[in-house]
Design a protein around this ligand. Structure first.
Ligand code: ATP
Length: 274
């Protein structure tokens, strides 16, 4: 079902420079970039590339961003679908969406498939129900396993899965020949937050002095516990506050009040959850 598929079949413009920090994770995915740029060379020499990798870690840390940037670096199409998109009320829709997704990918290869929230279909069998019922989910998971087993390592299709809950995944998904590699995408430390702030401050009109380097340092120190998605949010909120005041440069205080707003939002979210 192509309508639910978010396809970036043209060139993806996101690259590693849009992804701050995550150096180890980038080193791990670089092998896929070499491969996707030149699958023929791997085939000729007889080297087998892993079929996929699981990107796991807290929400908003850049899993989707890194998967997309890997496609951008490689110059290949990016096909993405969320695990929950496979779960429908009608029996048989999940497995057929999996089939469609992989059929598309084979046509577009070399390319990257990214299945976000893979735990929605890939949680260990025999665990709690979801919409569509357990059988439907199991059938969808089985179809995914069939598809992953069915393509050869040199088909030019690389599959990334994203999850916040690697601990509940069915072991079958993690076997060799499926998601061979598991890559942790963790919340950033102060250095990482600084680097992420720089990425998101660069396109903005930030007052100088103090200049974006100083602003990034200060904001990183003020935001323990923030992930990349929160930081992107702070930068945009700061710009909105400044625009409303009709000043033409964004000052540190605008970002500071944006942090208060984001923290307020996070607290509300936690209250709802607990
Ligand atoms: P989820 O688990 O909720 O799907 P995710 O880990 O896939 O989250 P993304 O969707 O990749 O998170 O991140 C959301 C946004 O946050 C990105 O589009 C980007 O703007 C920003 N962001 C997150 N991590 C980073 C990072 N390391 N560098 C730069 N920006 C980041």
């Amino acid at each position: 079902n192509v309508t639910v598929m978010n396809r970036d079949t043209n060139k993806v413009s996101t690259t590693f420079k849009d992804v701050a920090g995550l150096d180890e994770a980038k080193t791990e995915v670089i092998e896929f970039v070499y491969y996707l740029k030149n699958p023929e060379r791997y085939k000729e020499i007889g080297a087998k590339i892993p079929k996929g990798a699981l990107l796991y870690g807290p929400p908003g840390t850049g899993k989707t961003l890194l998967a997309k940037a890997t496609a951008g670096e490689s110059g290949v199409p990016f096909l993405t679908m969320s695990g929950s998109d496979f779960m429908e009320m009608f029996v048989g829709v999940g497995p057929s969406r999996v089939r469609d997704l992989f059929a598309q990918a084979r046509k577009l290869a070399p390319c990257i498939i990214f299945i976000d929230e893979i735990d929605a279909i890939g949680r260990a069998r025999g665990r709690g129900g979801l919409i569509g019922g357990n059988d439907e989910r199991e059938n969808t998971l089985n179809q995914l396993l069939v598809e992953m087993d069915g393509f050869s390592p040199n088909s030019g299709v690389v599959v990334f899965g994203g999850t916040n809950r690697a601990d509940i995944l069915d072991n079958a998904l993690l076997r060799p020949g499926r998601f061979d590699r598991q890559i942790l995408i963790d919340a950033p430390d102060i250095r990482g937050r600084h680097d992420i702030f720089l990425v998101h401050l660069r396109p903005l009109k930030v007052s100088d002095p103090p200049g974006i380097e100083k602003v990034a340092q200060r904001l990183a120190a003020l935001t323990p516990g923030f992930v990349g998605a929160d930081i992107a949010n702070v930068c945009n909120e700061g710009a909105l506050v400044a625009a409303r005041e009709s000043v033409n440069k964004i000052e540190l205080r605008h970002f500071e009040s944006a942090i208060d707003r984001v923290i307020g939002g996070l607290e509300k979210r936690n209250m709802v959850m607990s």
